[in-house]
Design a protein around this ligand. Sequence first.
Ligand code: UFG
Length: 336
Amino acid sequence: MRMILLLGGAGFVGSCVAHNLLQQRYGLVIIDLFLHHQSVVLPGAVIIRGDFGDEQLLKTIFTTYDIAAVMHFAAYIEVGRSVHEPAAFYENNVVKTKRLFDVMLAYGVKRIVFSSSCAIYAPLFSAEKLTESHQLNPLSPYGKTKCAVEFLLQDYAVAYNFSYVSLRYFNAAGALPEHNLGEQHNPETHVIPLLFKACERQEPFTIFGDDYPTPDGSCVRDYIHVRDLARVHTKALQYLLTGGAALACNVGSGVGHSVKELVAVASGICGQPLATVIKPRRAGDVPFLVADVSRVQDLLDWRAEASLPQIIDDAWQFYQRKQLKNNAAALNLENS
Ligand code: UFG
């Protein structure tokens, strides 16, 4: 059986994609370090605990399994940390990725779905939607690493006939609570889990800046449910397996929501009003990041389905289950 190799397939987006592919009866090999997602269970997949930068491990996998395509989720993602630790980001996100591409070439595997980001675009200071032809000029080292890999992919496509789909994620959010799959970063910097933390602890939630040129002064983002993201990865894979040409496309909902809107929706879902405190703008944040999704709709026949309340509701269910588990684990420790 031909297999799909998922790098970072136990992480937030990777595990939800893996789940979707398993449901569609794809054979999967997953490499992951399991740093933050020890409890992820993906029955039916071959799971290997390891680093995708381990060349020997990759060679063993390509020798052992008949790999039809690779999906690459194994990146460092914290924008703020990338400013202070660019060396680690370039090493993990670029150097190891180039090594991966070279091993793929050596074994004749030339199809890849790559997790890129809207962070590669030049900042936009008006409410326009970003199209794929918008200038690439990333602000953060994180965005630069994603951009570097897109350039690698373009050049490998021309010179070595690589075929790829680069999915430029906007703000991945939500969860698959029914399968116990969701967001658990450490440290957590993403707005939705932080809203829940504030609700749970009855602490004020910090809004970074309310003096942006947006309708209510807080930043506007395009939140995309991980369930929708999982579907678009499966579409991208099918596209490549049926001979699709190299492609980079935005994956978002096409709709922007401000941080203040998020606070209102989260308060309703968590069942309690949430106090807020306004702090200065966070370094690197831009006022608007909203996707023009025409290309992905046209070429991959995909559009996002989940609304913001659905995204937040699913994330809340996952968050609550995770807290219950953590509390039970803490009690067990106390009692042992
Ligand atoms: N925010 C707050 N308070 C918080 C946390 C976040 O107001 O406590 C605001 C941020 O300022 C931002 C919005 O909520 O305006 C979203 O912030 P996130 O940190 O959740 O997400 P980002 O938009 O900063 O980052 C996302 C992805 C990155 C990707 C980036 C592209 O998580 O991986 O988009 O710019 F690189």
